[in-house]
Design a protein around this ligand. Sequence first.
Ligand SMILES: Cc1ncc(COP(=O)(O)O)c(C=O)c1O
Length: 457
Amino acid sequence: MSTVALPTSWRSVLPHLDEHLPPDRTPRTAGGASVQVNLPMELVRQSVQHKEYWDIPAEVAEAYRAFRPTPLWRAKGFERAVGARVPVYVKYEGGNISGSHKLNTALAQAYYYARAGVRELVSGTGAGQWGTALAAACAMFGMKCTIFMVAGSLRRKPYRGTLMRTLGATVHASPSGLTDVARQSEAGVNSLSLAIGEAVEYAAATEGAAFCIGSGETYSILHQSVIGLEAADQLAGLDAEIDAVVGCVGAGSNFGGIALPFFSAAASAGTEPPLLVAAESSTTPKLTRGTYAYDRTDATGTGPMEAMYTIGSSYPIPDSHSAGLRFHGAAKVLSAMRHRDQITATAVGQVEALDAGRLFTRGEMVLPAPESGHALAAAAHLAGAGAEGSDGPLRAEKGVLVCVSGHGYLDLGAYQQLMDGELANESPDPQALSRAMGGLQRVEQLAGAGAGAGHER
Ligand SMILES: Cc1ncc(COP(=O)(O)O)c(C=O)c1O
């Protein structure tokens, strides 16, 4: 086990990317006006400015100190269980009230929104960790909180809703009866994209409220850089060498948080970065089987269209225990890096993910979230015989750093199904995938003529 000091700044990867990210394309309403995104200026700056270090505000740092720095250790029990050839180091983000890394950005966002005069934050949540993190952050900064949680997840994990309500939030199962986007959605649809769409609509209609989001935005990934910055110091303290960094990917915040500081450090030093491996769910294989195109981030389509690796926002994502990974697209920063082969990806099925989680629990006495199980399965492959990545075979030769993004205490139903032999992998239907991606405008097609038509936020 190793501990270090809390970083005083977040570190942005943007100055180290060769080009600017493709600009967002702001949709126009029926009347022709563009939709305004209600974002505090500091979050806008953090999304577009090519400034490397951003001071962590004192109030946010004080809140971080309750649970950061988070532990990093060499997972020898897990190494033995999976037959690893090289060491596996774990960075554990599940030890705070929200149970995951999501609190790192929730606290920062609540702070900036409260300073901007917003009194209520509204969001959609899949697995529930983001909703819990936002509920905790709102409680901390004296704000109201309203959460739309994917109904299937809430049914499976009712205590997530209870925890959010204990923290003072109002929780609605999505689809709810409260929004047009839900009323107009197809019967039976319950996805993160719809829950987010409901939150967008509800926030727009509520005085003093703002919609906020916890995963794919560039500023969320910036806030999550505390994970990788601490990990780099902790590895140095252990004299440990790694050549691969792994995190699971919903839209990409814990992976971006752990991996991108290593990319920035290598770019600054002029050295080769470690292999940066995004472990996605085989139910939503945007980085391994998706396309780089402009797509919506939610079901309302009122937000800007972003350049992302996507399987199409209309793709009907099958139900699974990897609720936090059930998102159709990857963050635009990560998508741009994937496009330039600066990161790579591998897809993992839920059976393998939960099995890796089970081995990790026995070996390390820490119960990981099913989402984190995807990263552990990928780490086991990298440290063992190797893994199949989006760009060919992947194998670590020195050591692997893996982010365990959350705990699985409210996901024991998934482990129970695994051990009772009731869990199956859901593979995407290739025809449904190509239908959902069919109408999308590829980013390459826009280079030159169309690219300037977007609006940078
Ligand atoms: C524990 C956990 N890990 C990972 C994720 C995926 O999100 P992201 O890609 O933003 O890290 C989630 C999302 O809810 C989560 O709850």
